[in-house]
Design a protein around this ligand. Structure first.
Ligand SMILES: Nc1ncnc2c1ncn2[C@@H]1O[C@H](COP(=O)(O)OP(=O)(O)OP(=O)(O)O)[C@@H](O)[C@H]1O
Ligand SMILES: [Mg+2]
Length: 237
């Protein structure tokens, strides 16, 4: 289909190690449409982050095709790949990766510097996305003055600054307590309701339950790809 955000065909990835190539992804096929909310699950070492790094154009497959937003990434040069990544994808990681000596608005505006957007518009956009994640009043606070959940909100705001079509998040609630993790999932859900495509890695079933589709890896292969099952409601009495 022409309008897929992500299309992966017969994807293989092997890492070069002193002992020879170490296969990690084995014949992975996946399509993701605009507006989907996908949880990637699977045991440690099953290849989730390797797959996410390829989706984010941070790493290249050993074989197979990756089409991002209609473009075959293998056919793009380094600068073209970086430009496509910049305008298409926002990244959120487990560690919030904020620069400690920079105020929150400046942290959020950083990706816009690389997009060549002027200072005034950078500030305006940073304030708007901080507002969106509920931190409008904290523009000039330093990252160590706010909680972990708030820091992850800032990281989400930073991911949104370039107005991406797609958010890739690798264990975004991994460093948060379960209550704060639920709050962060509320932010992702609201963004998804606005039409942003979200692909998120998690180990936790409760977190994955917020997604609409679950893809499970085992030993480098997709072993399950299904809509999220509605969770059983607790009985009122
Ligand atoms: N740069 C690398 N060089 C060699 N092997 C690697 C490299 N990165 C990852 N691996 C190996 O590839 C396999 C898959 O790793 P990956 O990080 O993708 O797993 P994961 O599913 O994200 O695991 P986790 O849930 O622990 O984050 C593991 O066996 C890992 O040790
Ligand atoms: Mg991982």
């Amino acid at each position: 289909m022409a309008d897929e955000v992500i299309r992966v065909e017969s994807l293989f990835k092997a890492y070069d190690t002193p002992a020879g190539p170490f296969p990690v992804l084995k014949d992975v096929n996946l399509s993701i449409l605009p507006g989907e909310f996908v949880a990637i699950m699977g045991p440690s070492g099953s290849g989730k982050s390797t797959f996410m790094n390829i989706l984010g154009c941070l790493d290249r497959p050993s074989a197979g095709r990756y089409i991002l937003s209609g473009r075959n990434v293998a056919e793009l040069g380094k600068d073209e790949t970086a430009a496509l990544r910049n305008r298409t994808i926002g990244f959120v990681f487990q560690g919030f990766n904020l620069l400690p000596r920079m105020g929150l608005a400046d942290n959020v505006a950083l990706p816009l510097v690389y997009s060549g957007i002027g200072r005034e518009e950078r500030r305006e956009r940073a304030l708007a996305v901080l507002d969106k994640v509920g931190l409008g009043g904290y523009a000039d606070s330093l990252p160590n003055r706010i909680s972990g959940g708030q820091q992850q909100r800032v990281a989400i705001a930073r991911a949104l600054a370039n107005r991406p079509q797609l958010i890739l998040a690798d264990e975004p609630t991994g460093n948060l307590d379960s209550h704060t993790g639920e709050e962060i999932m509320g932010v992702f859900r609201a963004l998804n309701d606005e039409g942003i495509t979200i692909v998120l890695i998690t180990h936790e079933n409760d977190i994955a339950a917020h997604a609409r589709r679950q893809v499970r890896f085992l030993d480098g292969r997709i072993v399950l790809d299904a809509p999220t099952q509605p969770q059983a409601e607790a009985s009122p009495c």
